[in-house]
Ligand binder design. Structure first.
Ligand code: NAD
Length: 386
């Protein structure tokens, strides 16, 4: 089979196994080019480990800290001659590369929100790994079934209190459009918190604690985003922002529960990057395109892997703010960077999109998520699919 990209809005329904593998290898090479991280966690559980920030976390843990890792993700495997999702190919490649280096690298492909997968993980930790000393929580999902009530909640990306009207880019047609989004209902806000808040993170910690598979001094870290004013109505002040507030409250609850292990629950506020999750948020692809141009010009652009190397190599103590959060978004939020975003934002139009922003960089990053446009990959090769 010759595999080419089939983009449908903010998702690409095909993925290239060799391209995904090469992406993973490039991230490993970056980590290998940096200083080894010492005194770092030795046994790391990454929940949401197949793409984006979770994948980069796992790569840094495995190659930067030489830790054993267990990864949890929810991806479509190859089946009946049909392609797998990109995350499946990423995870498969990472297991292969890590094991070649003699590191434990075990994966579970299933619904992390379920108690069944939590139980499977506990069994795997006991059998193969021994006590975990770090848990990374990096899930991004449109829905979650509550294991207690059986109810399925769907998250929405909407403003709260008032409609939002603003600029966005149609990434297929490269047109700048005005969009208008109605405010979320109370039920939608609640559902988004159920999916993207911290309830499930806390449930993971509760069950792992009860099973006595967490080590003294355990650190657990979940990821958040704040961003600039142009994205606030849809992000920080919207439904997803509410869910992130919930996540931060969960960090406090977890911190209390970890006292007996002298552990720590940490929030890391990361930079805006191109991932499957962020591509689905209105306004964000346009903001990213502008931001990347500015950050590249200033020589301070970072992707997931650079961010996660910074987090792990700081021992989760990177530029903490007054609320104790790691601020890996410090370069993105620099005054000079945000001043330039603000200056470009009202001027950007379909005609000058490629001149005033790095839309080309955004487009390439997006396709690379699915293993396309990766240098050195033979896209004319006939690929065998199981
Ligand atoms: P992503 O879409 O790249 O990754 C999501 C991961 O979650 C994948 O590994 C996927 O398999 C897994 N997943 C989803 N549903 C699952 C389920 N039911 N069971 C098991 N695994 C499941 O997303 P991302 O952008 O890397 O986001 C990860 C975290 O980082 C999120 O909390 C997000 O808010 C945060 N963050 C993202 C950005 C950004 O710009 N992308 C910035 C700051 C913070």
């Amino acid at each position: 089979m010759i595999i080419s990209p089939k983009v449908r809005g903010f998702i690409c329904v095909t993925a290239h196994p060799d391209g995904c593998k090469k992406n993973v290898l490039e991230q490993i090479s970056y980590v290998n080019s940096q200083k080894k991280i010492t005194d770092s966690p030795r046994k790391v559980l990454i929940i949401g480990s197949s793409t984006g920030y979770g994948l980069a976390s796992r790569i840094v843990a495995s190659f930067g800290s030489e830790a054993d890792t267990i990864g949890i993700y929810f991806e479509r495997p190859e089946m009946d001659g049909k392609l797998a999702s990109a995350g499946f190919y990423n995870a498969r490649a990472l297991d292969e590369f890590s094991r070649t280096e003699g590191r434990l690298s075990e994966s579970i492909n299933g619904d992390a929100f379920s108690d069944a997968v939590k139980g499977e993980t506990i069994a795997l930790i006991r059998e193969k790994c021994g006590k975990i000393d770090c848990i990374i929580y990096s899930l991004a999902s449109p829905r979650r079934t509550d294991p207690v009530s059986g109810e399925t909640y769907k998250s929405v990306l909407k403003p709260i209190g008032a409609s939002f009207s603003g600029k966005t880019v149609n990434t297929d047609t490269e047109q700048i459009l005005e969009i208008s989004i109605d405010p979320a209902t109370e039920l939608e806000i609640e559902a988004t918190c159920k999916v993207m808040g911290g309830e499930d993170w806390e449930r993971w910690v509760d069950q792992l604690l009860a099973a006595d598979v967490l080590a003294e001094g355990l650190k657990t870290c979940a990821y958040s985003y704040i961003g600039p004013e142009v994205t606030w109505p849809i992000y920080a002040n919207g439904t997803i922002g509410k869910a992130k507030e919930h996540l931060e409250q969960s960090a406090k609850n977890i911190q209390n529960k970890l006292k007996k292990l002298q552990g720590e629950a940490i929030i890391s506020v990361n930079k805006a990057v191109v991932t499957q999750a962020s591509s689905a948020i209105p306004v964000v692809p346009l903001y990213n395109s502008i931001l990347f141009k500015i950050m590249k010009q200033k020589g301070i652009h970072e992707g997931c892997i650079e961010q996660m190397y910074r987090l792990f190599s700081s021992h989760f103590d990177a530029n903490r703010d007054e609320l104790g959060r790691n601020r890996l978004d410090n370069l993105e939020m620099r005054d000079d960077v945000q001043r330039e975003v603000k200056e470009i934002w009202p001027r950007i139009s379909t005609e000058n999109l490629r001149e005033l922003s790095d839309f080309e960089g955004y487009r390439q990053d997006f396709l690379r998520l699915f293993g396309f446009e990766v240098a050195g990959v033979d896209y004319g090769k006939d690929m065998e699919i199981a």
